[in-house]
Design a protein around this ligand. Structure first.
Ligand code: PBG
Length: 327
């Protein structure tokens, strides 16, 4: 049966009919809002390459989290900027480290009203800016890094994190972190693994925000070659086997095929990270009047969900939450 019996345009005739046949519905429940915390008092400092995104001191972060809760966003993803960096990333697992302090205060103030996810990685805390321990010849050491990552994850759990999110791309870290968490009585802390994380140029603005750019070389010996989709499926299935509760694909917009294939292959919740560069591109174009920020952001987020993501980590979370509530 074809034209003229079938007329696809009948289903696009008006807004209400379009609403009835719409397949993908974006909701505030889908969002995770990434936030940056640093030492100090009264600090609210905008990230130059990410207009509308700020670095907060803990006191100001609490106010900002309150706003996130009021908008109905279920979770935040926390990144810390330490006071001092060293070769071993010691501030990453310090009991009074910036993330540990922030988590304790957020949980103390808001308890179960917000899910706190912490990024578990070393790059923001190492003097060389790599995501692991570096040997004398400049190699990023896998197994030596696992010990440190475990300490970071345990310190976040002890501070009250609901979910730890390792973003380092070392092999075997999910298994190591899961067994350490279970061994210390944190069997209810979830792991959201940055499972298929590409060595991407889309992280540029984030590295400015987190002061985490590598001081030599690049991350291509641990983050994935973005040309590889089959390898991404192997990374995802290994992390699921090792005990990840939620697996993430990152970046999102240029990787919808990866998200879609993962959705078809795996039954675990899939998260997609709409990263800093994706945000910055939209902001820059919008500030020039070249496109409509709201329409583009909603279209991008809907496409990420349509591809198969259950959870979307996005700097647009707050704006999108208010745009959705006015529709
Ligand atoms: C840390 C980390 C990065 C991002 C999240 N965690 C940067 C990187 O790997 O260099 C990027 C997030 C973004 O671009 O929004 N490893």
């Amino acid at each position: 049966m074809g034209f003229p019996t079938v007329r696809m345009r009948r289903m696009r005739r008006n807004k209400l009919i379009r609403r009835m046949v719409r397949e993908t519905h974006l909701s505030v429940d889908d969002f995770v809002y990434p936030m940056f915390v640093q030492h100090g008092d009264g600090i609210v400092q905008e990230v130059p390459s990410m207009p509308g995104v700020y670095r907060y001191s803990v006191d100001m972060l609490l106010k900002a989290v309150e706003e996130v809760i009021e908008l109905g966003i279920p979770a935040i993803l926390l990144f810390g900027i330490p006071e001092h960096k060293d070769e071993f990333a010691s501030e990453a697992y310090a009991e009074d480290g910036i993330v540990q302090t922030a988590v304790r205060q957020i949980k103390g103030s808001f308890g179960g009203d917000i899910v706190v996810i912490t990024d578990v990685c070393l790059c923001g805390y190492t003097s060389h800016g790599h995501c692991g321990i570096v040997s004398e010849d400049g190699t990023v050491l896998n197994d030596a890094t696992l010990d440190v990552l475990v300490k970071v994850a345990l310190s976040h759990a002890a501070a009250g994190a609901d979910i730890v999110a390792p973003s380092d791309m070392m092999d075997g870290r999910i298994k190591a972190i899961r067994s350490a968490l279970d061994g210390d009585g944190f069997e209810n802390v979830l792991i959201m693994s940055y499972a298929a994380k590409m060595a991407s140029s889309f992280y540029g603005p984030f590295r400015e925000a987190a002061e985490s750019a590598p001081q030599f070389g690049d991350r291509r010996s641990y983050q994935m070659d973005y040309a590889n989709r089959r390898e991404a499926m192997r990374e995802l299935s290994l992390d699921i086997e090792e005990g990840a509760d939620i697996v993430m694909i990152k970046p999102a917009l240029a990787y919808l095929d990866v998200i879609h294939q993962a959705r078809n292959l795996f039954d675990v919740p899939i998260a997609a990270y709409n990263v800093s560069g994706e945000y910055a591109m939209v902001k820059a174009a919008a500030m020039n009047g070249w496109l409509s920020e709201k329409d583009i952001a909603i279209e991008i987020l809907t496409a990420i969900k349509r591809a198969g993501a259950d959870i979307i980590i996005t700097y647009f979370a707050k704006d999108a939450a208010s745009w959705l509530s006015e529709r």
